[in-house]
Design a protein around this ligand. Structure first.
Ligand code: ATP
Ligand code: MG
Length: 419
């Protein structure tokens, strides 16, 4: 006998109970984005490998060891399953000249793929909602991105905390880089293998290390904050003032550098201590150089991405699940005339916008009522030949203590629409 085929490691099925929570979350997110004037953009899941190498940086965790890259055997092209959404968004914005008439507020959502070690909160296919504000240079849009996150957390009933930092501009990063290299060279014996390798190619990334053995060394490393030029400092100050004015609490974390190369100036993360090691639920910042780096006319940009699996896990810890969608009615029917009328009743109720499950497969009223209960529907709509002859239905509430009533279809709609 052959073995059953299972899903790919680190890639999860989303079964109906979980999908209820996802749908509830997605509905909240869509409305939240609409209220902030962001518009959706959908890009392909596959891109040319070169896009991610150029956008994310060759010496990063993602590009060095996490990408699902393969050669399309039909034409020899190297393709990659997208590991994140910003590179594709910027590629599409340049390709279609979306910035020709000014800044754009965009969002995307969907699966991302990274070949990481699967564990709670870390998967090989995971899902992000991401927001990109392209063409805006000021700290006001950085503040908007953060304020809107805070708004969403309120709505979801969760309380991650905000860490911010600034990476400054090119000159400051160069000076900081030289100091970092000198510092790590002086402590070569403490560096792990990743850090040794990155010492000269990308020393900033060493600060992003998750290796506990590196934490003390990183904590005492030269700070980028000490190299910043006035313009970047003013930008950072203005952002902080806007956050305070909007009542957003934050902590400045000078070690926050983010795992992707394209960031400059503002970076931020929303973190929680309720999910174990995978505590970052949302991360983002400014990436003013990326549009030009990918071949577009220079344009400032900022954005963030949140991990849906981690956010939903955090929502679960608050104890109250996002309200699942339940059917309004389950139609129970037995008898020839009743069976025929049940189809009409279902069509009428659905036409009025109600969610209706019609019993299929026959059986006694008793056995059908068991199915009605199990369906989680709010009401059983019972149709026997008596009801069919009178073109009426009996409504039996499946929750609470209200009495069963027999009514015309039109009145049944009113009943079912009430809470
Ligand atoms: P981490 O430091 O946890 O690896 P990251 O810096 O690689 O995160 P980003 O590229 O900034 O993550 O992605 C934004 C968000 O997407 C993260 O904050 C997290 O919530 C989520 N995320 C990233 N990688 C994964 C993954 N493998 N599985 C689940 N969620 C993820
Ligand atoms: Mg990562």
């Amino acid at each position: 006998m052959s073995e059953n085929i299972q899903s790919v490691r680190g890639m999860n099925d989303c079964l109906p109970d979980a999908a209820d929570a996802w749908q509830g979350f997605e509905a909240i997110v869509r409305d939240w984005l609409r209220r902030y004037g962001y518009r959706e953009m959908r890009t392909p899941i596959l891109e040319h490998t070169g896009l991610f190498k150029r956008a994310i940086g060759e010496v990063t965790d993602i590009v060095e060891k996490e990408m699902y890259t393969f050669v399309d055997e039909l034409n020899g092209e190297s393709l990659t399953l997208r590991p994140e959404g910003t590179a594709s968004s910027v590629r599409a914005v340049i390709q279609h000249n979306l910035l020709y008439d000014g800044g754009k507020r965009l969002w995307y959502s969907g699966p991302m793929f990274r070949h990481e070690r699967p564990q709670k909160g870390r998967y090989r296919q995971f899902h992000q909602v991401g927001v990109e504000a392209l063409g805006f240079a000021g700290p006001d849009v950085d503040a908007e991105l953060i304020v809107m996150c805070a708004d969403l957390w309120r709505e979801l009933g969760i309380t991650p905390t905000l860490q911010i930092n600034t990476l400054g501009d090119h000159g400051a990063r160069q000076r900081h880089r030289h100091k970092l290299i000198a510092y790590y060279e002086a402590h070569r014996d403490v560096l792990d293998a990743d850090a040794q390798r990155r010492l000269h190619s990308n020393p900033l990334r060493i600060l992003d290390s998750k290796n506990p053995a590196m934490q003390a060394l990183n904590a005492a490393a030269p700070r980028l904050l000490d190299e910043l030029e006035d313009e970047a400092l003013n930008h950072f100050d203005a952002l902080q003032a806007l956050l305070r004015a909007n009542g957003i609490a934050f902590e400045i974390n000078p070690r926050l550098v983010r795992g992707l190369d394209y960031y400059n100036r503002t970076v931020f993360e929303w973190v929680t201590d309720q999910l174990g090691a995978q505590g970052t639920v949302c991360a983002g910042g400014r990436y003013d150089g990326l549009v030009e780096q990918l071949g577009g006319k220079p344009a400032p940009a900022a954005g963030f991405a949140m991990g849906i699996e981690r956010l939903l896990a955090l929502v679960e810890t608050r104890g109250k699940p996002i309200a699942p969608a339940v059917p309004d009615a389950y139609i129970v029917h037995a008898g020839d005339a009743a069976d025929a009328f049940a189809w009409q009743a279902a069509a009428t109720l659905r036409g009025a916008g109600l969610a209706v499950v019609m019993h299929c497969g026959g059986g006694s009223f008793k056995s059908q009522m068991k199915k009605a209960d199990a369906s989680r529907a709010r009401y059983a709509v019972i149709i026997g030949d008596d009801e069919a002859a009178a073109r009426q239905v009996s409504l039996k509430p499946l929750r609470g203590t209200a009495e069963q009533t027999r009514v015309e279809l039109a009145l049944a709609i009113e009943y079912l629409k009430k809470a």
